[in-house]
Design a protein around this ligand. Structure first.
Ligand code: ADP
Ligand code: MG
Length: 462
């Protein structure tokens, strides 16, 4: 955080008042360095770690350029995944509260087409979406970008990793030649430079402190011989450190699923997050991890971008990341919001070159630590404290968190303190309940009534 207030920028009084009401008083480092350039109309490349406040930097920029009276798409934000696009849309709506009648539309793959087509017919000021789906709407002539004045590429590194060059090209070709381009990324691989040269006009590049505060993250490295030993080492580390919330990074989707399956067999409340899973399964896993009914999440780097959780107290690198910046980014998932975190990395001699690159990057020497000994297998598996109950009803059935809370606590069946996060989506609701109250809660919900009717419900265990 800097001492620079937002009021030092030429943002409108309405936007400034709203920022104050959100508790955004001073700018974060990346905002302080990019926002003045963005508001001056420059093309900007902003590189900064996760959580540095990149979204508000570009969101305030595009809101500054927006004419709400003109009901045309004026800003386009492209994100790598639906989860990220949803998060960005939420942040934009929050920052735009001061502007009446502003319409933000998300266009993402994995979501049904019908409602998107309907919304496009109604029009929007700001579109946030994923490359493939935006391209598809363009091809079908349902979306016009002729009046776009601000084009944003968020998490550009991930988009390139996911091979989105083609749709991005198609989208850029459909934007007006004169426009402001903003590109944000956590890391800055060489390919981004090419993309930037292609899409942007004389961009200013701003990089904000790429390493994390090591004081809050303890790093350990462990030597392993082969994959069987990697699996066992992971299990030992989980038993030894007994984290409340751990994220394990794998380099491939197949490793991710395999590791998750074996950890489940060992009794861990574990879930996988990777691109081969259906969107609804990924959504469910994210809900369970966030509400503490799942304590171990095994993810690929790309899929992990959707995790927005501050209580991760351990990160395990199942393999050393391909790139030192990715390593730093991964371990930055823990030690957030002032909490302490542990980062454990498994390495075999085949990965020596990656370890060397990491040593150069961090300017330290990596000293391997001994793995915990076999006695640790006698430790109990630390279970997630909560269990999620999924209810087959959501906003479309007018179900609200208060209805669920009310149903559970009526007649004192479940205590308010035993109930955790409640999340209501269009057609489902998820409520976290303390493990020992889960069966009672399930019975209360599935046998009782909410909004005058019965809803089916189940415990999510896998
Ligand atoms: P990034 O995209 O860099 O990973 P985000 O834009 O998601 O980070 O921001 C991380 C969090 O910080 C969000 O919860 C956001 O609401 C909050 N935030 C951003 N800017 C500020 C600010 N100036 N003051 C307070 N909170 C902020
Ligand atoms: Mg971001």
């Amino acid at each position: 955080m800097t001492a620079l207030p937002f009021s030092s920028t030429p943002l409108s009084p309405a936007l400034l008042d709203n920022l104050a009401s959100l508790g955004y008083h001073s700018m974060t480092d990346i905002q302080a360095q990019t926002l003045p350039l963005i508001l001056a109309g420059k093309d900007v490349i902003g590189q900064g770690k996760t959580g540095s406040g990149k979204t508000a930097a570009f969101a305030l920029g595009l809101l500054h350029n927006l004419n709400v009276q003109r009901f045309r798409v004026q800003s386009l934000v492209v994100c790598p995944t639906r989860e990220l696009a949803d998060q960005v849309a939420v942040e934009i709506r929050k920052l735009a509260r001061a502007i009446h009648n502003i319409k933000v539309l998300t266009l993402c793959g994995g979501a049904p087409m019908g409602p998107q087509i309907g919304s496009l017919e109604h029009g929007a000021h700001i579109v946030v979406g994923t490359p493939g789906r935006i391209e598809e709407h363009l091809r079908k002539g349902r979306l016009s970008l002729d009046e776009v004045n601000t084009f944003v590429l968020d998490e550009a590194d991930r988009m390139l990793e996911m091979g989105f060059e083609q749709p991005l090209q198609y989208i850029v070709d459909h934007c007006p030649a004169v426009r402001q381009n903003l590109l944000f990324s956590a890391t800055y691989p060489a390919k981004i430079e090419q993309l930037a040269q292609h899409v942007m006009h004389n961009p200013e590049k701003i990089t904000v402190e790429s390493t994390h505060d090591h004081a809050t993250i303890e790093q350990y490295f462990y030597e392993v011989d082969d994959n069987a030993m990697r699996m066992q080492a992971t299990q030992k580390l989980l038993l030894h450190f007994a984290p409340s919330a751990a994220v394990i990074f794998c380099n491939t989707k197949a490793q991710c699923q395999e590791l998750c399956d074996s950890l489940r067999q060992c009794g861990f409340d574990c879930g996988a997050l990777h691109g081969d899973l259906e969107q609804k399964d990924r959504d469910r896993t994210l809900v369970r991890f966030a509400n503490q009914s799942m304590s171990v999440l095994v993810a690929t780097d790309v899929a992990a971008r959707g995790i927005d959780v501050d209580h991760v107290d351990m990160v395990i690198n199942y393999h050393i990341a391909h790139d030192p910046e990715v390593h730093v980014h991964r371990i930055g998932r823990t030690g957030r919001a002032g909490n302490k975190g542990v980062a454990c990395s498994l390495m075999s001699y085949k990965e020596s070159h990656k370890v060397n690159a990491l040593e150069d990057y961090l300017n330290t020497t990596v000293e391997p630590t001994d793995l915990p000994n076999d006695n640790v297998f006698g430790n109990p598996v630390k279970r997630a404290p909560m269990v999620t109950i999924q209810i087959d009803g959501g906003k479309k059935s007018k179900l609200r968190p208060g209805d669920i809370l009310g149903a559970l606590t009526a007649k004192d069946a479940v205590k308010g303190a035993q109930i955790g996060k409640i999340k209501v989506t269009a057609i489902s609701a998820y409520v976290a309940v303390e493990r020992k109250a889960a069966n009672t809660a399930l019975k209360v919900i599935s046998e009782g009534k909410m909004k005058g009717r019965q809803f089916r419900a189940r415990k999510l265990t896998k």
